[in-house]
Design a protein around this ligand. Structure first.
Ligand SMILES: [Zn+2]
Length: 218
């Protein structure tokens, strides 16, 4: 019955690949095979630059269909593109090694961006999934207390300085001894995640590991 219903839905609302927009009739995977293989690249990024962040898992490369999907989500208000991200969360091969990370917290937007956009794209990507995995998801676990110059306009050393003391852990949140999964949409140099990880450590977190949907890092 369920299969019939799904078949019926597909006839009425055929799926389009979130990466390229092509019609697909797979009955399962949402992305076409070509778009998936172009971006799927799960790995751990470790940088000598990050001290408080133990490392960061990325699921995909920030390229092709993934780049389009994230731009749609952030700048074209296409919240519906969120379903396109779940496939990669499902495929992520190392959930077992993250079993003792009970708390997941997104990197926050500045107040100004949050107001303009109306949502934090990182919540859209991860929140439902993390709750399903049994994690405690704290969307306001970290607050950004001042606006900063966009990181893309700065050199690496200035980036760190720019973010100094920009993040604070919400005072209602207790993280003593917790291993925290710190989430963001994109990893570029790691300086944003490092600044947020430092705030989490100062609030008592015993370990902070990152996870992002896509990375620009090689
Ligand atoms: Zn495609």
């Amino acid at each position: 019955m369920l299969r019939f219903f799904r078949y019926f839905l597909e006839l009425v609302y055929p799926s389009r690949c979130p990466g390229c927009g092509k019609l697909i009739h797979t009955g399962g995977d949402l992305w076409c095979w070509q778009c998936q293989t172009q971006v799927w690249n799960p790995r751990m990024i470790r940088s000598s630059y990050t001290e408080h962040l133990s490392g960061c898992y990325t699921l995909t490369d920030y390229a092709k269909g993934m780049r389009k999907c994230l731009i749609d989500l952030k700048f074209n208000h296409k919240v519906s593109s969120a379903r396109g991200f779940h496939l990669f969360l499902e495929k992520f091969p190392w959930w077992d090694s993250l079993a003792d990370f009970r708390v997941a917290i997104p990197v926050p937007l500045s107040m100004e961006h949050a107001r303009q956009r109306g949502y934090n794209q990182t919540d859209i990507i991860f929140e439902d999934w993390m709750i399903k995995q049994g994690k405690t998801y704290l969307s306001d676990g970290i607050i950004k207390i001042r606006n900063t110059v966009p990181q893309s306009q700065l050199l690496r050393n200035d980036r760190r300085h720019n973010l100094e003391h920009a993040f604070h852990v919400n005072r209602d949140v207790s993280l003593k001894g917790e291993k925290v999964l710190l989430l963001d949409d994109i990893y570029t140099t790691g300086s944003t995640m490092e600044a947020a990880a430092k705030a989490l450590k100062m609030a008592g977190a015993s370990e902070v590991t990152g996870m992002v949907m896509a990375s620009k890092a090689p």
